[in-house]
Design a binder for this molecule. Structure first.
Ligand SMILES: C[S@@+](CC[C@H](N)C(=O)[O-])C[C@H]1O[C@@H](n2cnc3c(N)ncnc32)[C@H](O)[C@@H]1O
Length: 255
């Protein structure tokens, strides 16, 4: 196992947040599960020999990688608690190797495929990271990933003038970064998904338990007002709703 210390404050905060709620991640991550199911359809039929998974978390997507015949799988995550939860839940194949640490700072071996489900929105500089990934992907290799688009939680952010703690790039912005990093877009999918919650408080708790609560909620009074306004504006007979924009990419390394 490789264990690397994280260096900057933002990634430390992300690590702390995910570690704090790691034990309840699977219960609340219905969206990430859905994304893992969809991203699995992007795994090429001619199985790559060596795979690197970035931000594997509790293994929601890793389980798909374990079901294919490969020689080596590197499993990375910044949070050791998320990895521990994966280890208690899944039987890790003997050819897997855990790499704990900030993927934006780690050095990786050459692989045939890199995968990342619902991870890159947490990165400081995804463009730079894609370039680095390109250099550790073998010729004809690929990168498959999913992330959240800017329409995710747009209602909540608008109503509360909140900032997303995650980086929500549009599909066009991702396409540009992909091109600049030396990849060619192979497949792309975009989905909008609506989730219902008993009330706004339940929605905010869900975000908190996923380490994704919006920032700049300065006072309790503001929070109470936001909950009231959101309950009024987005309540249906199924509860309050929130929309997420889900983006899926499969890209090939340029020759
Ligand atoms: C939304 S979870 C997704 C986990 C998993 N891929 C899944 O499908 O459920 C995001 C994961 O990315 C990890 N993460 C965030 N920033 C990271 C970084 N810079 N390097 C490595 N992992 C990171 C978090 O610890 C967390 O496990």
């Amino acid at each position: 196992m490789i264990n690397q210390k994280n260096k900057d404050n933002k990634s430390q905060a992300i690590e702390i947040n995910f570690s704090k709620y790691a034990h309840m991640y699977d219960k609340h991550a219905q969206l990430q599960k859905l994304m893992a199911d969809k991203l699995a359809s992007f795994i090429p039929s001619n199985a790559p020999e060596k795979i690197l998974e970035i931000g594997c978390g509790t293994g929601m997507f890793s389980k798909y990688l374990f079901s294919i015949k490969v020689k080596k799988i590197f499993l990375n995550d910044i949070s050791s608690r998320m990895i521990e939860c994966m280890e208690t839940k899944l039987c890790l194949p003997p050819y897997s190797q855990i790499m704990i640490g900030n993927a934006e700072l780690l050095k990786f071996q050459m692989v045939d495929m890199v995968a990342a489900n619902a991870v890159f929105q947490w990165f400081k500089d995804p463009g730079e990271f894609l370039k680095r990934l390109n250099s550790c992907i073998k010729p004809n290799g690929r990168l498959i990933f999913s992330t959240f688009g800017p329409r995710s939680l747009a209602e909540l952010r608008k109503l509360g003038s909140l900032e997303s703690p995650a980086l929500l790039l549009s599909s066009n912005e991702w396409s540009q970064l992909i091109k600049e990093a030396g990849f060619t877009l192979d497949s792309f999918a975009k989905k909008t998904h609506k989730l219902f919650f008993t009330n706004t408080l339940a929605l905010l708790k869900n975000l908190q338990q996923l380490g994704a609560a919006p920032t700049k909620m300065t006072s309790q009074r503001e929070l109470r007002q936001l909950i009231k306004n959101y309950d009024e504006a987005y309540f249906t007979n199924q509860g309050v709703y929130a929309n997420w924009e889900l983006l899926f990419f499969s890209v090939k390394k340029n020759q």
